[in-house]
Design a protein around this ligand. Structure first.
Ligand SMILES: [Zn+2]
Length: 382
């Protein structure tokens, strides 16, 4: 991989890229100026065009020179890639997966990805050129998200706390712990100031901010308050793990991104990114399938389904919702999914109904002959 990285580095360092862009921009400006002049003073047309002709020639030579150098580095880079990746991945390609009608969807997925990555300028250009229907408000939302994330990078929790307080009711609907987590991190941040000067700040912060969370997080808050006993030596205290976790800031930034996207009705990761990574993981299997199909001269018949199982890591497995098979209702915190000893799962309300609300009454599972009692059922978390 080293040789590929080396060539890529060389290509990136090639200063001619910027030069060409500058030259092209300059030429565009020049052309626009000439057009204006000719429009305003038609008599000057012949003279202006003659000057332009010689200028264009000179310009083309200059750009060609710069381009030659880039082309050199580019072909070296391509050669290093060819040397490293000898497999021809064409065999895994299925043209039915991308019919011409799906081009718009693909354009849309790319534009959405760019917005989510904070590449607003490029996204705008694509939306304009592909004539996509993506509301400008969405971009504004993501600009706000990046503003808050950048503040988090600077260890400034203010904007995130403000946002979470504003969305408190909606976050509560999904039992989100984000708002308290943000406050806790602020407390820990003060508490662990290297010179110990922050304990007073931490105490004041707790007094001013924790009261709202008293009901739901009392045990957590009590624990945090006990930290003051160890303030002289947090590192060797039972708090070391929680208070000095190196990933605390990235964890909270990730949780914030997830909640922010979920309130917009979007997944926390860009679907395009997930599909591309899942596709790369599946690539070796797909190549194999491709070669077997060619050998047996069969065709991939089901357009929306892969002909093989692809094992993806757990982070690629989604269980967004669970619907009780008895009541056909989506489970919630108030009506959570419950698993009976036989392994079948129903919503808690269905369980209560089947046992007539009596935790010790035996009842038959609606899906198998096993009998059990409601108190034997355990809550399932997806
Ligand atoms: Zn069962």
């Amino acid at each position: 991989m080293d040789s590929v990285a080396k060539e890529f580095g060389r290509l990136q360092k090639n200063g001619k890229f910027d030069r060409i862009i500058e030259d092209v921009d300059e030429m565009i400006k020049r052309l626009e100026r000439v057009r204006n002049t000719i429009e305003n003073v038609p008599r000057s047309r012949r003279e202006e065009l003659a000057i332009l002709k010689s200028e264009t020639k000179e310009w083309a030579n200059k750009v060609n020179e710069s381009q030659k150098e880039i082309h050199g580095s580019l072909s070296k880079y391509a050669k290093s890639l060819d040397k490293k990746f000898k497999v021809d991945i064409e065999g895994a390609y299925n043209q039915n997966a991308f019919p011409a009608s799906s081009k718009r969807l693909l354009d849309r997925a790319i534009a959405m990805h760019l917005i989510r990555e904070g590449e607003f300028e490029v996204a705008d250009q694509l939306i304009k050129e592909a004539n996509l229907d993506i509301p400008n408000e969405l971009e504004l939302e993501f600009m706000n998200m990046y503003r808050i994330l950048h503040a988090l990078e600077r260890k400034d929790l203010g904007p995130a706390v403000e946002w979470a307080a504003l969305k408190r009711d909606r976050l509560a609907l999904t039992s989100s712990e984000l708002e308290f987590d943000l406050h806790r991190l602020q407390f820990v941040h003060y508490f662990t100031y290297p010179d110990g000067s922050g304990t007073r700040l931490a105490l004041d912060y707790a007094r001013n901010n924790f009261s709202v969370f008293g009901e739901r997080y009392l045990p957590e808050i009590s624990k945090l308050m006990c930290a003051f006993v160890f303030q002289a030596d947090v590192e060797s205290s039972p708090y070391a793990l929680t208070f000095l976790s190196p990933s605390a800031w990235t964890d909270v930034a990730r949780a914030f991104t997830k909640e922010f996207c979920s309130l917009l009705g979007l997944s926390s990761e860009s679907p395009l990114y997930l599909s591309a990574v899942a596709g790369s993981i599946a690539l070796p299997t797909l190549l194999k399938v491709g070669s077997i199909m060619r050998e047996k001269q069969t065709e991939w018949s089901s357009a929306n389904e892969l002909p093989v199982e692809t094992l993806l890591p757990p982070s690629f497995q989604f269980h967004a919702i669970f619907v009780c098979p008895v009541s056909k209702e989506q489970t919630t915190d108030a009506n959570p999914p419950m698993m009976m000893p036989c392994g079948h799962i129903v919503g808690k309300e269905s369980l209560d109904r089947m046992s007539k609300g009596n935790a010790n009454m035996k009842f038959k599972c609606p899906y198998c002959p096993n009998e059990s009692m409601p108190h034997q059922a355990v809550r399932v978390y997806f």
